[in-house]
Design a protein around this ligand. Structure first.
Ligand code: ADP
Ligand code: ZN
Length: 535
């Protein structure tokens, strides 16, 4: 069948079955590729319409007598929703999961073998299940295995943010049924993960479709963490009274505490994390989806595959793991295209904690190194004084202009040249290291720089250091900002249990004065005046 004929059929399916007038973005091209039976790798941001990319080809190919499309997805809730939605528009779809009874499973298998189903959804762990393999074999023998759609394909990559062991087995599909075309889809697309996906899923010959990752209706904002609860409440009261939103926290405990606190403030907030029992999670998710204005306080366990169009804000009270995580999580806001906010509070303690988690994980050193560099990229985004969207898109190898819809574009931050204080901090760390063979944490370093006597400074006779008190004119808050930026730049590294500071690779250019350090102007505490340089 010719390409244009395929596309006509696909168009007809889109209109008649789904009721949409036309394909969006790259959908038409992806659909044409899949209908024609060629492999494709699809990278599209959340909300771009990845589901139709395999649903439409599934229907077209089923009508051509090619049988069923197997959709592999890690998200039970999503499968459930999609099957329901498909049935509503008259498409024969089903999902197989471990909670079904034998009768239901039998019924689905019979329908499959009779060639009656168009889409079959299954979790990745099914693929290695013997009974399921026998079923696929029978379908294959009858020529009824039409297409494999692998959703959330980034789960196959360990570099990605939600690696799933089961995904590694998906190659079985390709090995057993090499001529069945595959469509791998994801909303995660940094080049590392992409390369890994191609390799692990053996998609070297697949056509790659990448749409713009820009979500223009999302306004990005990062605030420095001072009194995060008060800051968040202000944001909520000023901009999102009665709106649905998601608040991400770094731990289960903090989720519980934050949800409880929000409740006390009269906000309809519910906790969600993997430590809650299944029934409670399901109930909270359901309320979030169905009721208006529910604020879901959650760990990253929440959100993948949640299709709620009118989430008006996503807030991060703790730092996400990396830029992909930030992008995915914030991407759950504004899927309806209406204005939405991505708000994040971030501070030095977050950075220190994340570094510690990486340091202490039992992972391989190479892996840790990548985790650290990913964290650094996120810090640089959080600390940046220019367009956040531009930085975010640049991370996904996409060029763009300043967006006019992020905090830095809307209110360009006043910056001050912190090169001089940065050099002071570095030379003080250098003195600790070289003259005393010692390392200290941020608090003590700042005491020395500011010439503040403590038991510890006396004990170590740090008053005798040439860097004692050279940074008096810089406030403690400003010092913390300087250190954060130095950490983001890689000029300072944080190590070990006590989070001591040492010089990093990038210290030299700063010390030599070749690399300027620009910081956001302080937070109402006055800035460091250039004239007040230390002697
Ligand atoms: P993704 O999986 O990429 O996050 P979905 O497949 O859930 O996105 O689609 C997001 C929303 O966009 C859905 O409500 C879907 O019905 C809608 N949509 C997708 N493609 C089109 C289209 N061509 N025309 C109109 N609406 C579309
Ligand atoms: Zn911008």
């Amino acid at each position: 069948m010719s390409q244009s004929r395929d596309l006509q059929e696909a168009q007809a399916v889109l209109q008649q079955v789904f009721g949409y007038p036309s394909f969006r973005g790259l959908q038409a091209e992806v659909v044409a590729e899949a209908v024609a039976g060629r492999d494709a790798l699809v990278l599209m941001p959340t909300g771009a319409g990845k589901s139709l990319c395999y649903q439409v080809p599934a229907i077209v190919r089923q009508r051509q007598g090619k049988g069923v499309t197997l959709v592999v997805s890690p998200l039970i809730a999503l499968m459930h929703d999609q099957v329901g939605a498909l049935e509503e528009v008259g498409v024969q779809a089903a999902f197989l999961n471990s909670s079904q009874d034998f009768e239901a499973t039998k019924r689905i298998e019979r329908a499959l073998l009779a060639g009656e189903l168009t889409l079959l959804y299954a979790a990745p762990e099914r693929v290695t299940n013997a009974r399921f393999q026998a079923l696929l074999d029978s379908l294959h023998e009858r020529g009824l295995l039409s297409l494999f759609a692998i959703d959330e394909a980034h789960c196959v990559s360990q570099w990605g943010h939600d690696f799933r062991e089961d995904y590694l087995q998906l190659n079985l599909l390709h090995e057993r049924y090499p001529e069945v075309p595959r469509l791998a889809l994801t909303a995660t697309a940094d080049s590392h993960t992409r390369a890994d996906m191609v390799e692990r899923l053996q998609l070297q010959d697949a056509q790659v479709f990448i749409s713009s990752f820009d979500r223009p209706n999302i306004r990005y904002r990062v605030v420095e963490k001072k009194d995060p609860r008060a800051q968040f409440l202000r944001f909520l009261y000023d901009e999102h009274r009665g709106d649905a939103g998601i608040v991400y926290c770094g731990s289960r405990k903090k989720v519980d505490e934050t949800a409880e606190w929000l409740e006390q403030q009269g906000i309809k907030a519910l906790p969600y994390h993997a430590g809650l029992d299944q029934a409670k999670r399901a109930k909270h998710q359901d309320r979030f989806l169905r009721e208006d204005g529910v604020v879901m306080v959650a760990t990253i366990a929440f959100g993948m595959g949640i299709d709620k169009p009118d989430v008006r804000f996503v807030a991060h009270l703790d730092l996400p793991k990396n830029i992909e995580g930030y992008y995915q999580e914030t991407g759950r806001a504004g899927r309806d295209g209406e204005p939405a906010n991505a708000w994040m509070a971030y501070g030095l303690a977050d950075v220190v904690q994340q570094r510690r988690m990486i340091d202490e994980s039992p992972a391989h050193e190479d892996f840790k190194r990548i985790q650290r560099s990913k964290l650094d990229a996120l810090l640089a985004l959080a600390e940046s004084t220019d367009c956040r969207r531009q930085r975010l898109l640049a991370y996904f190898d996409e060029d763009s202009q300043p967006c006019g819809n992020c905090d830095n574009c809307l209110q360009p931050p006043a910056v001050w040249d912190a090169t001089e204080p940065a050099r002071m901090a570095l030379s003080c760390i250098y003195r600790f290291q070289k003259e005393r063979n010692q390392r200290f944490g941020a608090g003590h370093l700042i005491d020395v720089l500011r010439g503040k006597e403590t038991d510890k400074t006396r004990q170590h006779r740090h008053q005798e250091l040439s860097t004692w008190g050279i940074g008096r004119m810089v406030t403690e808050t400003q010092w913390r900002a300087v250190l954060r930026q130095l950490i983001a730049l890689g000029a300072v590294e944080v190590e070990g249990e006590y989070q001591t500071l040492c010089l990093g690779e990038a210290a030299k250019p700063v010390l030599r004065g070749e690399q300027a350090v620009k910081l956001r102007e302080g937070t109402g505490e006055g800035k460091v005046r250039a004239s007040k340089k230390p002697g």
